[in-house]
Design a protein around this ligand. Structure first.
Ligand code: DLZ
Length: 158
């Protein structure tokens, strides 16, 4: 979790396995595109920084975060991936919709991880406002996309 003490983009580069032989799927939500575009940018750049070749990074978009579960599930069925990353941004509104979407995605991704052979990495920002999301997608608290890329490489090696 990003806190004032933890920058999402900080890690020990030397401890990350080489990703040059790995294949990654990324499912990204179109909702709050300013945020999810920055998450995607961070994830792709970090995967490539650790050796992943662009042809082995497959990106698919879905309309909103709730659809991330379906997208990730389809990618696990297609096979061929060493790890899958989901990227989304849910921002709290005036109704409980926020809670339902967050719970649905969290439960859905957890379920895929418990039943599929391919690890799915959870890159869902759940914030009270847009500024908090910007802070965590390339702003003052780093980029959750970078963090997800590192986790994906580690889990692919697991
Ligand atoms: C409907 C909705 C709302 C209110 N807010 C968000 C949000 O902040 N972030 C997001 O990714 N998606 C949101 N959505 C869309 C839902 O995720 C979903 O796409 C629709 O409910 C259709 O299934």
């Amino acid at each position: 979790m990003a806190t004032a003490l933890h920058n999402l983009s900080e890690y020990d580069s030397n401890s990350i396995p080489d990703a040059s032989n790995m294949c990654f799927g990324i499912v990204v939500s179109e909702w709050n595109p300013e945020v999810t575009g920055a998450l995607l940018d961070g994830a792709v750049k970090t995967l490539e920084k650790h050796g992943a070749i662009p042809e082995n990074i497959h990106v698919k978009t879905v309309p909103g975060s709730f659809e991330l579960v379906y997208g990730a599930h389809q990618m696990t069925l297609n096979g061929g991936y060493d790890a899958i990353i989901i990227l989304g941004s849910v921002i709290r509104g005036e109704t409980p919709h926020f809670d339902y979407i967050c719970q649905g995605v969290t439960y859905g991704i957890s379920r895929i991880n418990a039943t599929s052979e391919i690890p799915v990495i959870y890159g869902l920002l759940t914030t009270n406002d847009l500024q908090q999301a910007k802070d965590r997608s390339g702003g003052r608290l780093g980029n959750k996309g970078d963090e997800c890329a590192i986790v994906a490489i580690k889990m692919a090696k697991f």
